[in-house]
Design a binder for this molecule. Structure first.
Ligand SMILES: *Cc1c(COP(=O)(O)O)cnc(C)c1O
Length: 475
């Protein structure tokens, strides 16, 4: 018999594993169906490994132990929650991979209430008849942005698609070559446009687009799209058309204009520590486009949503689009967004929202917080580790604000590179996990994106990562 055959002969059969006393209790009732598939998968993987990795023949008993261990681990994962809280030490405030904006407590509570109980989602309580889903929230959004009306959809990608589809109806859509953007891994403007069935007409060049470039291709009814450059800047020999110039041209040529504002701010950028030069949604709308779209969970500081702003008739038309149903948001989203917009409405100045709070946090506060964190951690640090509070820069992130960064304070650790990396991995594997910033200067935690309440959790996370015995093994 070949080596391979003798190795495979010891592979436990699925039916044998069924009877294992550790697995049998997990397989009663309807759970047997999916657990059978889990066991089958583990056995298949094991067979593949035995085929591919030559090695000594392992006993049946040994392989049963391996299989049962893996099946139990898989069961634990599948019956637990599939997400982990993360302490954001990256300094990227709107971190798309970490879930963008955190909700204020009222928004989370509002979402919880609407999730737990029935509500008047599409019901008019005074008349006892069918009501309009989301209209009250949309009124608040429109008022804040200075638009006649607004429409809430699933995200900004859906908002752009809907606006383009509704206005172009498969016809030509004009876009500057300098604005054919990609946001994150899956939002590519030209792909979204292709899916609307429109014919994309690119004008200008990557670095220069003039009003003349637009004028040359416009015919009455041609849809024009302008896109905020969000995550990059064009420098050097450049030329751009402002939204107001383009709106004037489009009005004269009888062409509808859509503006994808990307982040969409309702509060002045300069007042949250960001460089000026960016416009508010109200200013975008005042420039005169027919529709403005933005995200709900970037600088707005709310939940995942896309908001379309425009005139009453325009929004009414969009609201009637057949695909709108496919893009509509859940009641928990509407409730959370409602609470966030209410914060804007009741605030005399900057609304109390985690995203804006983090961005606006003054440097002396960050310095003080970083100092406290360092002092707590220093006595816990293993030999060979040095920590310091150092200046660094936070960023808005989320593809929401070009390359702008804000001065911040980091607690930075230096040690042997392998140990730093192992520590960072342990921090990421904790619950809550801690994601910091790792580069040639060391392992850093930007305190801008760590709240006061989270400081003890950060300390506990480092304590656990440093105390874990294997972390020093082999050093
Ligand atoms: C972020 C962004 C999008 C995508 O928004 P989602 O809400 O993530 O769908 C689209 N356009 C611009 C300019 C953006 O910055």
């Amino acid at each position: 018999m070949s080596d391979l055959q003798s190795r495979l002969r010891e592979l436990p059969q699925v039916s044998v594993l069924f009877e294992d006393e550790r697995l049998a209790p997990l397989m009663t009732g309807r759970r047997r169906g999916w657990m059978t598939r889990v066991i089958q998968g583990v056995v298949d993987d094991l067979r593949l490994e035995l085929r591919e990795v030559a090695g000594p023949v392992r006993s049946r008993a040994d392989l049963v132990e391996v299989a049962v261990g893996r099946i139990l681990a898989r069961h634990r994962v599948l019956t637990g929650k599939s997400w982990t809280r993360v302490l954001n030490g990256t300094g990227v405030v709107v971190h798309t991979n970490l879930g963008r904006s955190c909700h204020p407590a009222e928004a989370a509570e509002a979402a919880r209430q609407t999730a737990l109980y029935n509500s008047d989602l599409e019901f008019d309580l005074s008349s006892g008849t069918r009501g309009h889903r989301g209209r009250a929230v949309e009124e608040k959004a429109a008022l804040l942005a200075g638009a006649e009306d607004a429409l809430v959809v699933n995200n900004n990608a859906a908002a752009v698609w809907l606006a383009v589809r509704h206005l172009s109806r498969g016809g030509r859509v004009v876009l500057s070559r300098g604005e054919v953007v990609a946001i994150g891994g899956s939002f590519k403007m030209h792909e979204i446009l292709a899916e609307t069935g429109c014919e994309l007409v690119e004008v200008g060049t990557t670095n220069r687009t003039s009003l003349e470039d637009y004028r040359e291709v416009l015919q009455s009814g041609t849809t024009v799209l302008k896109v905020h450059r969000s995550n990059f800047v064009v420098e050097g020999f450049t030329e751009d058309v402002t939204l107001a110039e383009l709106a004037d041209l489009c009005r004269a040529a009888d062409c509808p204009l859509i503006y994808d504002a990307g982040s969409g701010a309702l509060h002045p950028y300069e007042e949250i520590g960001l460089p000026s030069g960016e416009t508010l949604l109200a200013e975008d709308l005042a420039a005169g486009p027919d529709v403005v779209t933005c995200s709900g969970d970037k600088l707005l500081g709310g939940c995942q949503a896309g908001i379309l702003f425009g005139g009453g008739e325009m929004i009414a038309g969009l609201r009637k689009h057949p695909m709108r149903r496919a893009f509509r948001v859940d009641k928990t989203t509407l409730a959370a967004l409602d609470a966030v917009l209410t914060r804007y409405l009741v605030a005399e100045d900057r609304p109390a929202l985690p995203t804006l709070d983090q961005l606006a946090r003054p440097l002396d506060q960050l310095e003080e917080k970083a100092g406290r964190l360092l002092n707590e951690l220093l006595p816990l640090a293993p030999a060979g580790w040095t920590g310091a509070v150092v200046p660094g820069r936070s960023s808005v992130g989320g593809g929401s604000f070009s390359t702008a960064s804000i001065e911040s304070r980091l607690v930075r650790w230096k040690a042997d590179k392998a140990r730093l990396e192992r520590c960072h991995q342990r921090l990421r594997m904790g619950d809550p996990a801690l994601v910091g910033r790792m580069n040639q200067d060391g392992l850093a935690v930007d305190v801008r994106t760590i709240t006061e309440e989270e400081l003890p959790l950060v300390i506990a996370a480092f304590k656990a990562a440093w105390a874990d015995p294997p972390s020093e093994a082999g050093d």
